[in-house]
Design a protein around this ligand. Structure first.
Ligand code: CMP
Length: 138
């Protein structure tokens, strides 16, 4: 099992000034930052990242949203990172997210849900490598 996951603090959370608060909570929850950058994705790059959702009805909306402004992308390290991070951020739909989770605290809707967390070890590696070269992963 890999001990790394990948996250993005999404444009809605960036716009509202929540980046610092979310990063502090990530550290308090025991995740070590192994790579991090702030970046404004083009529509093309956002579309490429979410290509797996291409056939979904929300794909266009998702690409527009994710290219609307800067995000903070990061690789995080912790035992059981993928599962623990998904618990820590809460359900995709913030209306269903548990009290104390990042999405409960900072997300407005299923589309604009503040933060991303990889859903498997394999995707954590693919997604981390999308943003960071091996030299940028510490
Ligand atoms: P995330 O899990 O980070 O990656 C896929 C994203 O698609 C998800 O977060 C949501 O932001 C978005 N998404 C999933 N379901 C819907 C939906 N029904 N409507 C709009 N966006 C969605």
């Amino acid at each position: 099992m890999s001990n790394r996951t990948f996250t993005m603090i999404k444009p809605d959370a960036t716009e509202k000034g929540h980046t610092g608060a979310i990063l502090a909570k990530i550290n308090e929850a025991g995740f070590r930052i192994a790579a991090m950058k702030m970046i404004h994705l083009s529509k093309e790059k956002a579309g490429e990242f979410y290509a797996i959702h291409k056939e979904r009805p929300f794909y266009g909306e998702l690409v527009d949203f994710m290219s609307r402004g800067p995000i903070t992308a990061a690789i995080l390290e912790k035992d059981n990172a993928v599962e623990d991070f998904r618990k820590f951020i809460g359900a995709t739909n913030p209306a269903q997210a548990e009290e104390g989770t990042i999405r409960k605290m900072f997300a407005a809707s299923i589309g604009e849900n503040a933060i991303h967390g990889s859903d498997s070890d394999a995707n954590a590696i693919i997604e981390g490598d999308f943003f960071f070269s091996k030299l940028e992963q510490y």
